[in-house]
Write a protein that binds this ligand. Structure first.
Ligand code: G3P
Ligand code: CA
Length: 255
């Protein structure tokens, strides 16, 4: 079992490393997640999609072009959609060189590999179901992988979220013990319905105000705001009383 969870930072706000410490290492790789741990972040955030053979892998974009060398390795396979390639094919790709030659050879991790690598750390996980409408059955596969590595099912260790709110509700039905969140800014009128299946709201930083945070808290949900990298934005969000800040620079969030 992992060590006791880290308390929220001194400012009472959770420090959440966006795609890992993605200002310092290639996003959504084991290198960026390890760097988030080194920076002492409370959570690492990642994006889950699915290979052609239905394996959950960590990738932000719907295509492999920006963060791997797929166009070079598989010429003629435009538009290089994640779901058009098998895991064996994706494992041939370099997911580090685009960022820096220091990270040449970094691979696209599977969700299972990531859970295994980070299990013994004291970090929590903010897991995004990315583009779930492209991957029927993905919430169930993610639930299976969490059940297979049950340290991630410890109370409050994992939060599962998505821009696709129906997929969040579907995940909640599959694994109700794991807290869930919606990405976006539900209106005051929408918040009570969201609160039936989610415990977190994850709005973009520039849609947050102190009044909005109060409205979410009144529905007994927490606010994790994304993405804040500058001291001024971080300070403003702390003043608005958010519960967590998603940042590419976890060292910018006081803890
Ligand atoms: O935590 C929310 C954030 O991850 C959403 O933005 O585009 O980086 O997945 P994106
Ligand atoms: Ca994300």
């Amino acid at each position: 079992a992992p060590a006791a969870r880290q308390p929220a930072g001194a400012a009472g706000v959770a420090d959440i490393a966006h795609r890992g410490a993605s200002a310092h290492a290639p996003e959504n790789t084991l290198a960026s997640f390890r760097q988030a741990r080194t920076a002492d972040a409370d959570y690492f955030e990642l994006d889950v999609q699915q290979t052609r053979d239905h394996v959950p892998v960590i990738m932000h974009d719907a295509t492999l072009s920006r963060t791997t060398d797929a166009e070079k390795v598989f010429p003629g396979r435009s538009p290089w959609r994640v779901g058009d390639f098998t895991l064996a094919q994706i494992k041939r790709l370099d997911a580090g060189s685009w960022f820096s030659s220091r990270y040449a050879g970094e691979r696209v991790p599977t969700l299972a590999e990531t859970l295994r690598e980070m299990e013994g750390s004291d970090m929590k996980l903010l897991l995004e179901l990315k583009n779930p409408s492209l991957y029927p059955g993905m919430p169930g596969r993610v639930a299976d992988e969490l059940r297979a590595q049950p340290d991630w099912l410890l109370p409050d260790r994992t939060v599962v979220q998505s821009f696709d709110w129906p997929s969040v509700a579907a995940f909640h039905r599959l694994l109700p013990s794991v807290p869930t969140g919606v990405i976006g800014t539900p209106t005051a009128a929408q918040l009570p319905a969201v609160a039936r299946y989610a415990g977190y709201v994850n709005p973009r930083y520039d849609t947050v105000s102190a009044a909005y945070v109060r409205a979410v808290h009144a529905q007994h949900m927490k606010v994790f705001a994304w993405v804040a990298d500058t001291p001024a934005t971080v300070r403003r969000l702390i003043g608005d009383r958010v519960d967590g800040i998603v940042s590419n620079r976890p060292e910018a969030v006081p803890h």
